[in-house]
Design a protein around this ligand. Structure first.
Ligand SMILES: C[S@@+](CC[C@H](N)C(=O)[O-])C[C@H]1O[C@@H](n2cnc3c(N)ncnc32)[C@H](O)[C@@H]1O
Length: 214
């Protein structure tokens, strides 16, 4: 992707070509770095089980599969049809995953409309995608995430820190948008030289407070 010709169309074509050239462009299935990062993200989620998760930018479905084990329903989405095909294959290979729906969504315009509280997500996971958004798109995504979060729900973000050519926004800038979002409380801030991991909720209580012993 050429950052100077950063139209939505160019961005879509860039990711589509990546997944056509390689089924696992970031080696999320091979690298210990990726497996450990996924395990950390999952360990930082404050609830054991979730009712309905939304994972935009799901890529080839590796994190989707892990989320599916914690959630009654998962809506996993990506702008690349090839990524969605690979995610479907990954889910199929792992066994029945009828509670996972895959959809083509391009953020921010395709963020799902959630009306009644029953439709809202109690988990939203944004992993390694938000630095591809412009500042205006990020602001909209943060707003949409807060608006579609069920009471007591969780928003988790995880992003590589070092600059790279296709990145539009810095990881600090991306996580700050959620840190300063009205109505969200930071539950976890995990910082390493390689990545930032943040967890927010509209319920400020800690895990121990929610379980009633703090
Ligand atoms: C680096 S991969 C991350 C995949 C996965 N979330 C993970 O953490 O391993 C980024 C993914 O975001 C998708 N993506 C990028 N911009 C997007 C947008 N505006 N809307 C939806 N998906 C997008 C790409 O197609 C790609 O699959």
């Amino acid at each position: 992707m050429n950052p100077t010709s950063n139209t939505l169309e160019a961005r879509g074509a860039y990711f589509e070509q990546l997944y056509r050239d390689a089924a696992d462009p970031w080696l999320v299935r091979q690298r210990w770095y990726e497996a450990r990062k996924r395990a950390l993200l999952l360990a930082c989620l404050p609830q054991q089980h979730y009712r309905h998760a939304y994972e935009p930018g799901c890529g080839n479905g590796e994190l989707t599969l892990a989320l599916a084990r914690r959630c009654e329903r998962v809506l996993a989405a990506d702008l690349s049809p090839q990524a969605l095909l690979l995610a479907q294959q990954r889910l199929d290979a792992a066994g029945p995953a009828g509670h996972v729906t895959l959809a083509r969504h391009q953020l921010p315009q395709d963020w799902p409309r959630t009306g009644k509280s029953a439709d809202k997500f109690d988990l939203i996971v944004i992993s390694e995608i938000a630095y591809y958004l412009s500042a205006e798109e990020l602001a909209l995504v943060a707003e949409q995430a807060v608006a579609s979060l069920a009471p007591g729900g969780t928003i988790a973000l995880c992003h590589w820190r070092a600059p790279f050519a296709q990145r539009i926004l810095s990881t600090v800038r991306v996580h700050d948008a959620f840190q300063h979002a009205p109505g969200l409380h930071c539950l976890v801030r995990h910082e390493e030289s390689d990545f930032l991991l943040g967890v927010w909720s509209n319920d400020a209580r800690s895990v121990a407070q929610k379980e009633g012993f703090a």
